[in-house]
Structure formats: structure tokens, C-alpha cells
Write a new protein. Sequence first.
Length: 527
Amino acid sequence: MYTGLDDTARWVLPEVLAEQAARRGDRPWIETTAGERLSFGQAARDADRAAGHFASLGVRPGEPVAVMMAGGLDFVRAWLGLTRLGAVAVLLNTELTGAFLRHQLANCGASLAVVDAARLPAVREAAAAVPGLQRVVVAGDASGGDELPRWDDWRHASPLEGPLPRPQDIACVMYTSGTSGPAKGVLMPHAHCYLYGRGAIESVALGPDDRYYIVLPLFHANGLLMQLAATLIAGCVAVIRPRFSAGAWLDEVRHHRITVTNCLGAVAAFIAARPPTPHDRDHRLRLVMSAPNPPELEAVFRERFGVPEVTSGYGMTEVNIPVWGRLGQRALPGAAGWVYDRCFEVVVADPETDRPVPAGQLGEVLVRPKVPFGFMAGYHAMPEQTVAAWRNLWFHTGDAGTLSADGQLTFVDRIKDCIRRRGENVSATEIEGAVGTLEGVAEVAAYAVPSDIPGGEDEVMLALVPAPGAALEPAAVAAHADRVLPRYARPRYVLMLDALPKTATGKVQRAVLRQRGTDGAWDRERG
């Protein structure tokens, strides 16, 4: 275990890596399901070279660099190199395309991007409208990208020598969708990134003999910080699968002798939907963390798979994880866990007045930190949104929940017009803006409807009003959406209407649309 575990002055992951390399240099840290391996010592040496490579490209501490790479060792080296240098890693979802990608590249202000060859066409298209992005480094074999610098050149760079970043320095930017408008870039200090892993270690009692199976994307906080950073701090093995597979899940848990893993959103539902086998209990899993954790899915892990501990948690990119489950304690059915009151304050309040509501009563979840820099530093280049979120010195999550008298938080629903699909938060406004570019669309509203998979989060539905005289077919609308939206944001249902329900002030009533359900809608899964 890292010797600076609770010393907030040492909450810097590059310092953790340096210590682990010195203490257990030859011990394995990362394995991938493709057979790659990286020890603590090699990871530290690679981080120094990657940092030196970025420095040779002109990157300076505090400068943003966009990273759009799959979750393998190259991603890890780029992330470690940027944090070692003290630069800001802007971690982009690898499925971003079109306006979504253009916005994030422009907003972050990066002049350099490191991109997988498979993502190069999308980045090149977006970069044409983002003049600030001046250089692209490509990882892998890129058709037509021979003129570009190669990421693999980090191997020949001189290792960086210089000071480590401080806990208050910004380590990375991750983008998260909000109630309206484009996605917001969350400025994440080093201490904030560290605290995700520190909280996980305490919640799941992670130790040096554990083996953590990571199937969630590394460009999000859960996979990268709650899991991978936790293994770094604890000094144990991380087994990374770049893309989740329900069919491979149990076989890989067994083959890699996994002891701990996380499920987020629909991941647990997809695992539960697999047909039972005689080998369901043939594994070493001691704990599954599942968020959310509905009782029916918790029962599958405990009873069918025989997992002794099933816990949950609640958090977001902005606020870290202020609520964790506890080993040996069964939370209330559906509850996320208990407030992590050593590091956070959490209240449930009236969303109009910010006054706390009585225990058990529904309200908005508000959070603030009790440790320095264990929280976001704001939204990048969006000061008005930052101030609005921090009204009355509480961060307003936009989530509805209840808080029991003993500090258990239960997430109930989203107050925000944000859709949760396949582990991603999707802004309804961004979907509407992209789909509205199709000729013949007069008005469009995007909103969430329940998935028909138990515990499977949301499906995206569109209600669309054609322009006068336009002959729009739902399948054509869906095909256009597939061209302009990331896969996780694409609609399953399309409903054609003469008019959208609106308030007296002209605001679309998405709640009315949700209540109507999917009756009469075109369903891409049924044609």
C-alpha cells in the first residue's frame, strides 16, 4: 500500500507510481486480456519516456493534450506520461464524431492530439473546423496517415527529469453532459483523481493480493480512477479488457483469477441476461461493485454467481464518489451506500430553495468536499455553468434522491434532461441539435424511455415534427442519426407527431412525451 495513503499533500498519482516502482518494481501491475503485461517498474520507466516525448513535442506543464485512444497499454502510457509531465490529459470518448467531437476539441483548447488510427478520420474531419488543433500524433497503422508523427516514437525519447505535479494542479479533463447545451469539460485536480482510488480501497478493502477486472472505458472516471488508480495505490494487479463482453465476462473472471470487478449501468443487466451455466460459481470473485444496484440484479450476483459481497456507490465526474457501500453491511434495497463523511458532506434538499428535506423525503442531491482539491475545480471555459452548479456553496448534482437517517443515499431519478444509456450520460439538447440538421425536420425532442432489459438504464426516443410538405420516414431519421451521433446516443424509437407538447412559454414538455411511452413509435429493433 502507498505510504502516503491519507497524506493529502501526497495525493498525486505520479508520486504513487514512483514509490510503487521503487518498492515492487518487478511485480506485475497491468495485464490485458490480449496478453500484454506491464510491471510497476516498467510503467514508471515508460511514463518517464512518454513524458519526455511529450516535452520534445513542445508540451509544457499545464497545457492540454487531447487523447482519443482505446483502453490498452498505449492509452495508459499516454495518460501516465501527461500526468508525469504535469500536462492536462483531455480524455475523449472514442465514439465521438461530428459536432460532439468538434465541440470538445474546440472547448479544451488542445493544440496536440494523440489518436488511434481507427479514430483518425473522425478527428481529421472535426479538426477542419477547429483551427487551434495544430498537430495529431497517430497510434497504430493509419491508412493515409503516413505523414503524421507516430505515437510509438515515445520509445526512443529521453526520460523526463523534473518535479512532480502538485495535488492542486489539474491532471485531466473529462467531458460530462448536462441539462442543456453542449458537454462540459470537468477540470480534475490530481488530488481529485487520487481520491477516487482512495475511496475504492476503503470501500472494497482492496489489498496487494487482489486482481481487479476492468471492463469499463478508461476515458471515464470509473475505469481509470475508481479501478485502475485504486490498483496503483494498493499495489495489486489490474486486468484490462478494452471493451466489455457479456459473453466473455465469466470465462475471463475465471481465467484471470479475478477477485474484484465493477459493473456500471447496463453491464450488470447484460451479465444477468446470459443463460445460466454449471460453472457460474466457479470463480474467485469476492466482490462486485454495481451502480446502480437494483435488488433483482444484486440477487443474481449473490445467488446465481455466489459472489459474497455486492456493493454500490454514487458519484459523478464533478463530485468524486461521496457515497460508498460497506463490506459486511447490507444497504437498504436499491441504496447506493453510506455518505463517505470523512471526505464529503451530502444533503438532499428542496431543488428550489436548497433547504434540506426530512430524512427519507425526495429532493435534489447536493455535495461538497471536506478535503482540499478532492473535487472538480470547475467547468473548463464555462464560468457561468460553474457558478450555477455551485449555488449556495453546494454542488447541485441535478439528481433526485433520498437520504435515510443513518446516511444511506438512494438515487431515484434525474432532475436534469439527461439520458443515461450504455454507461454514458447523453445531453438531450445535443441529440436534438444533431438530428435537427436533417432536411425536412421542423422540430425534434429527445428523451429517455425505459429499457426493456431489467436494470438496463434508458433507451433514446425521438419525437419529431416534419416540416410542411416533407415526407420523412422514421428509418431515414434513424439512419441520419447514426451518421451524426455516437453509438451510445443513437435513438431506438422514432415517433412522428403533428406537434410537440409545450408549456405556455414554449418549452417542450418531455415529461408528457415520456408518459405517452413508445406506443405508435417506430422501433429500430423491430423495423
